[in-house]
Design a binder for this molecule. Structure first.
Ligand code: HEC
Length: 151
Protein backbone atom coordinates (compact mmCIF):
# COMPACT_ATOMS: atom_id res chain seq x y z
CA UNK A 1 0.00 0.00 0.00
CA UNK A 2 2.64 2.50 1.05
CA UNK A 3 4.76 1.69 -1.97
CA UNK A 4 1.77 2.38 -4.22
CA UNK A 5 1.38 5.82 -2.67
CA UNK A 6 5.11 6.42 -3.09
CA UNK A 7 4.97 5.37 -6.71
CA UNK A 8 2.04 7.67 -7.37
CA UNK A 9 3.80 10.58 -5.72
CA UNK A 10 6.95 9.81 -7.65
CA UNK A 11 5.06 9.66 -10.93
CA UNK A 12 3.38 12.98 -10.16
CA UNK A 13 6.73 14.56 -9.28
CA UNK A 14 8.29 13.27 -12.48
CA UNK A 15 5.42 14.52 -14.60
CA UNK A 16 5.70 17.98 -13.06
CA UNK A 17 9.45 18.25 -13.56
CA UNK A 18 9.49 16.77 -17.06
CA UNK A 19 9.61 20.06 -19.01
CA UNK A 20 12.42 21.35 -16.80
CA UNK A 21 14.35 18.12 -17.29
CA UNK A 22 13.89 18.29 -21.05
CA UNK A 23 15.09 21.88 -21.12
CA UNK A 24 18.21 20.89 -19.16
CA UNK A 25 18.81 18.05 -21.64
CA UNK A 26 18.60 20.45 -24.59
CA UNK A 27 21.01 22.83 -22.86
CA UNK A 28 23.50 20.06 -22.19
CA UNK A 29 23.14 18.60 -25.67
CA UNK A 30 23.75 21.90 -27.47
CA UNK A 31 26.74 22.74 -25.26
CA UNK A 32 28.24 19.29 -25.83
CA UNK A 33 27.75 19.71 -29.60
CA UNK A 34 29.58 23.05 -29.52
CA UNK A 35 32.40 21.78 -27.33
CA UNK A 36 32.95 18.22 -28.51
CA UNK A 37 32.13 18.51 -32.22
CA UNK A 38 32.41 22.13 -33.31
CA UNK A 39 35.13 23.25 -30.86
CA UNK A 40 37.35 20.18 -31.23
CA UNK A 41 37.15 20.05 -35.02
CA UNK A 42 37.70 23.80 -35.36
CA UNK A 43 40.81 23.45 -33.20
CA UNK A 44 42.07 20.64 -35.42
CA UNK A 45 41.21 22.67 -38.53
CA UNK A 46 43.21 25.60 -37.17
CA UNK A 47 46.22 23.38 -36.44
CA UNK A 48 46.06 21.84 -39.92
CA UNK A 49 45.64 25.25 -41.59
CA UNK A 50 48.73 26.57 -39.78
CA UNK A 51 50.75 23.38 -40.25
CA UNK A 52 51.00 22.81 -36.50
CA UNK A 53 49.72 19.36 -37.36
CA UNK A 54 51.14 17.93 -40.65
CA UNK A 55 48.62 18.79 -43.34
CA UNK A 56 46.27 15.96 -44.31
CA UNK A 57 43.46 16.89 -46.71
CA UNK A 58 41.24 14.00 -45.69
CA UNK A 59 41.57 14.83 -42.01
CA UNK A 60 40.81 18.48 -42.72
CA UNK A 61 37.79 17.62 -44.86
CA UNK A 62 36.45 15.24 -42.21
CA UNK A 63 36.79 17.90 -39.52
CA UNK A 64 34.82 20.39 -41.63
CA UNK A 65 32.16 17.81 -42.49
CA UNK A 66 31.70 17.06 -38.78
CA UNK A 67 31.14 20.77 -38.11
CA UNK A 68 28.79 20.96 -41.08
CA UNK A 69 26.43 18.44 -39.47
CA UNK A 70 25.87 20.56 -36.36
CA UNK A 71 24.04 23.82 -37.26
CA UNK A 72 20.70 22.28 -38.34
CA UNK A 73 20.46 20.25 -35.13
CA UNK A 74 21.91 22.97 -32.91
CA UNK A 75 19.28 25.62 -33.68
CA UNK A 76 16.49 23.23 -32.59
CA UNK A 77 17.88 22.92 -29.05
CA UNK A 78 16.71 26.23 -27.62
CA UNK A 79 13.56 25.63 -25.58
CA UNK A 80 12.14 28.59 -23.65
CA UNK A 81 13.71 29.19 -20.26
CA UNK A 82 17.27 28.13 -21.20
CA UNK A 83 18.73 31.58 -21.92
CA UNK A 84 21.70 33.04 -20.04
CA UNK A 85 19.45 35.12 -17.76
CA UNK A 86 17.36 32.10 -16.72
CA UNK A 87 20.04 29.43 -16.26
CA UNK A 88 23.42 30.04 -14.63
CA UNK A 89 25.22 27.55 -16.90
CA UNK A 90 23.68 28.90 -20.12
CA UNK A 91 25.59 31.25 -22.39
CA UNK A 92 22.73 31.54 -24.87
CA UNK A 93 21.78 35.19 -25.28
CA UNK A 94 18.07 36.02 -24.80
CA UNK A 95 18.40 37.58 -28.26
CA UNK A 96 18.15 34.07 -29.75
CA UNK A 97 14.50 33.95 -28.70
CA UNK A 98 13.65 37.42 -29.98
CA UNK A 99 15.55 36.98 -33.26
CA UNK A 100 15.40 33.30 -34.16
CA UNK A 101 15.58 34.11 -37.90
CA UNK A 102 18.86 35.96 -37.43
CA UNK A 103 20.21 33.11 -35.29
CA UNK A 104 19.30 30.52 -37.93
CA UNK A 105 20.92 32.71 -40.61
CA UNK A 106 24.12 32.82 -38.51
CA UNK A 107 24.00 29.02 -38.24
CA UNK A 108 23.55 28.75 -42.01
CA UNK A 109 26.72 30.78 -42.50
CA UNK A 110 28.63 28.13 -40.57
CA UNK A 111 27.06 25.44 -42.74
CA UNK A 112 28.07 27.19 -45.97
CA UNK A 113 31.59 28.03 -44.75
CA UNK A 114 32.28 24.51 -43.43
CA UNK A 115 31.03 22.90 -46.67
CA UNK A 116 33.32 25.19 -48.70
CA UNK A 117 36.26 24.42 -46.39
CA UNK A 118 35.65 20.66 -46.75
CA UNK A 119 35.89 21.10 -50.55
CA UNK A 120 38.96 23.35 -50.33
CA UNK A 121 40.67 20.81 -48.04
CA UNK A 122 41.16 18.49 -51.02
CA UNK A 123 42.98 21.19 -53.00
CA UNK A 124 45.74 21.76 -50.47
CA UNK A 125 46.80 23.50 -47.28
CA UNK A 126 46.81 27.06 -48.65
CA UNK A 127 43.33 26.70 -50.13
CA UNK A 128 42.10 25.11 -46.92
CA UNK A 129 43.62 27.85 -44.75
CA UNK A 130 41.79 30.55 -46.74
CA UNK A 131 38.46 28.73 -46.57
CA UNK A 132 38.95 27.96 -42.90
CA UNK A 133 39.22 31.70 -42.21
CA UNK A 134 35.56 31.98 -43.20
CA UNK A 135 34.63 29.20 -40.79
CA UNK A 136 36.18 31.18 -37.95
CA UNK A 137 34.33 34.30 -39.09
CA UNK A 138 31.07 32.35 -38.86
CA UNK A 139 31.87 31.29 -35.28
CA UNK A 140 32.67 34.84 -34.28
CA UNK A 141 29.69 36.30 -36.13
CA UNK A 142 27.27 34.15 -34.18
CA UNK A 143 29.05 34.35 -30.83
CA UNK A 144 29.29 38.15 -30.95
CA UNK A 145 25.54 38.44 -31.49
CA UNK A 146 24.04 35.43 -29.71
CA UNK A 147 26.42 34.16 -27.05
CA UNK A 148 26.96 35.74 -23.64
CA UNK A 149 30.29 34.42 -22.47
CA UNK A 150 30.49 33.81 -18.72
CA UNK A 151 34.03 33.61 -17.24
C1 HEC B 1 24.63 29.93 -34.87
C2 HEC B 1 25.42 30.40 -33.79
C3 HEC B 1 26.76 29.80 -33.47
C4 HEC B 1 27.78 29.47 -34.33
C5 HEC B 1 27.83 29.64 -35.84
C6 HEC B 1 28.85 28.96 -33.50
N1 HEC B 1 28.47 28.97 -32.19
FE1 HEC B 1 29.57 28.29 -30.63
N2 HEC B 1 28.04 28.76 -29.34
C7 HEC B 1 26.85 29.35 -29.70
C8 HEC B 1 26.03 29.54 -28.53
C9 HEC B 1 24.63 30.15 -28.51
C10 HEC B 1 26.76 29.04 -27.44
C11 HEC B 1 26.29 28.99 -25.98
C12 HEC B 1 25.44 27.75 -25.79
C13 HEC B 1 24.84 27.64 -24.41
O1 HEC B 1 25.54 27.89 -23.40
O2 HEC B 1 23.68 27.25 -24.31
C14 HEC B 1 28.03 28.55 -27.99
C15 HEC B 1 29.04 27.96 -27.23
C16 HEC B 1 30.25 27.53 -27.74
C17 HEC B 1 31.28 26.88 -26.96
C18 HEC B 1 31.20 26.55 -25.46
C19 HEC B 1 30.49 25.21 -25.28
C20 HEC B 1 30.38 24.80 -23.82
O3 HEC B 1 31.28 24.09 -23.35
O4 HEC B 1 29.41 25.20 -23.16
C21 HEC B 1 32.33 26.62 -27.80
C22 HEC B 1 33.65 25.94 -27.45
C23 HEC B 1 31.94 27.10 -29.11
N3 HEC B 1 30.68 27.63 -29.04
C24 HEC B 1 32.75 27.03 -30.23
C25 HEC B 1 32.35 27.42 -31.52
C26 HEC B 1 33.22 27.37 -32.69
C27 HEC B 1 34.68 26.96 -32.67
C28 HEC B 1 32.45 27.76 -33.75
C29 HEC B 1 32.81 27.85 -35.19
C30 HEC B 1 33.48 26.74 -35.82
C31 HEC B 1 31.13 28.09 -33.21
N4 HEC B 1 31.12 27.87 -31.87
C32 HEC B 1 30.07 28.53 -33.99
C33 HEC B 1 26.47 29.71 -30.97
C34 HEC B 1 27.21 29.49 -32.12
Amino acid sequence: MRSVVKMTLLAAALAMSAPAVMAQDALKERQTMMKEIVGKNAKLGNQLAKGEVPYDGTQAANAMTAINGVPDKFVKLFPAGTDSDSVAKSEASPKIWTDMAGFVAAADKLKVASAAAAEAAKQGQAEFATAFGNVFKACKGCHDAYRVEKD
